[in-house]
Design a binder for this molecule. Structure first.
Ligand SMILES: [Zn+2]
Length: 266
């Protein structure tokens, strides 16, 4: 396929795709978690409201019972009475001594009961606020969920496009020899360093091939395709005959790692 896409663009797209996917999934998950935490808080609060109401009811029953007992004991009118579903306390400030005494002692319990009722009212208020808060949070969650899904879809598209371009790039056989973007210091066929004299060979389309020198490669093909790596090595060893053993050893290592002799490259 005659598409010349720089290798780095496809890899960049894959990277962006993975980052967007990871971000979208992570933030979406965080968003869910935050919402569920709010639901937990809301449920906990409603539970404590119910428990407090039970406590208040129980306290009121106890208060009624004490008041009734005292009324019988001192033969007076019960200062606690109920109309419909509401309970009232008839406080006596003066009058019969026993009735005032009972009224005083019941008054202390009654004040506690009034405080419990007020506390419950506050708890209900907070529950209502949490209710509204949860509604707003639900809407926010739905809105942001849409954004995160878009990010995930975008990331997936980038990933697929990047992989597709990468695939094309890897299989681009336009010049007969894979053109890599790597910057080579020496020819990937003979191992000799590039210089102003030893310049790059040319591809079929006239562009410089970055991997091979002009002695080894011209017009999109190797000038001496029949030569093996060993031929190149022997020739180089003859040239470097006077050099130390280590230099010759390094040359052999270099030749072994050249692209032309690496079966994975071609
Ligand atoms: Zn060469």
């Amino acid at each position: 396929m005659n598409i010349n896409i720089p290798d780095k663009i496809s890899k960049f797209l894959v990277l962006i795709g993975i980052l967007l996917l990871t971000y979208g999934i992570y933030r979406g998950d965080q968003n869910d978690q935050k919402y569920f935490e709010k639901i937990d808080l809301y449920n906990q609060w409603h539970d404590s409201v119910s428990i407090n109401e039970l406590k208040t009811d129980n306290y009121l029953n106890n208060l009624k019972s004490v008041s009734e007992d005292l009324a019988i004991k001192y033969n007076i009118k019960n200062p606690i009475y109920s109309t419909d579903s509401t309970t009232h306390f008839n406080r006596l400030l003066n009058g019969e001594k026993n009735a005032v005494l009972v009224s005083d002692s019941i008054n202390k319990m009654w004040e506690t009961y009034v405080q419990l009722k007020f506390k419950n009212k506050l708890y209900h208020k907070k529950a209502d606020m949490l209710d509204k808060n949860l509604e707003a949070e639900k809407k926010f969650k739905q809105d942001s969920q849409g954004i995160f899904i878009n990010i995930i879809v975008l990331g997936f598209c980038f990933l697929m496009l990047g992989l597709f371009l990468w695939f094309i790039d890897e299989h681009d056989t336009k010049t007969g020899v894979k053109q890599s973007d790597s910057i080579y210091k020496w020819c990937q066929s003979c191992g000799k360093s590039f210089s102003s004299i030893r310049i790059n060979g040319l591809n079929k389309d006239g562009q410089a091939n970055l991997a091979f020198c002009n002695c080894c490669y011209d017009n999109g093909e190797f000038t001496k395709p029949q030569l093996t790596k060993e031929d190149f090595l022997n020739e180089a060893l003859i040239e470097l005959k006077s050099k130390p053993w280590l230099v010759r050893k390094l040359l052999a290592v270099r030749l072994n790692n050249l692209d032309r002799w690496n079966p994975d490259k071609y």
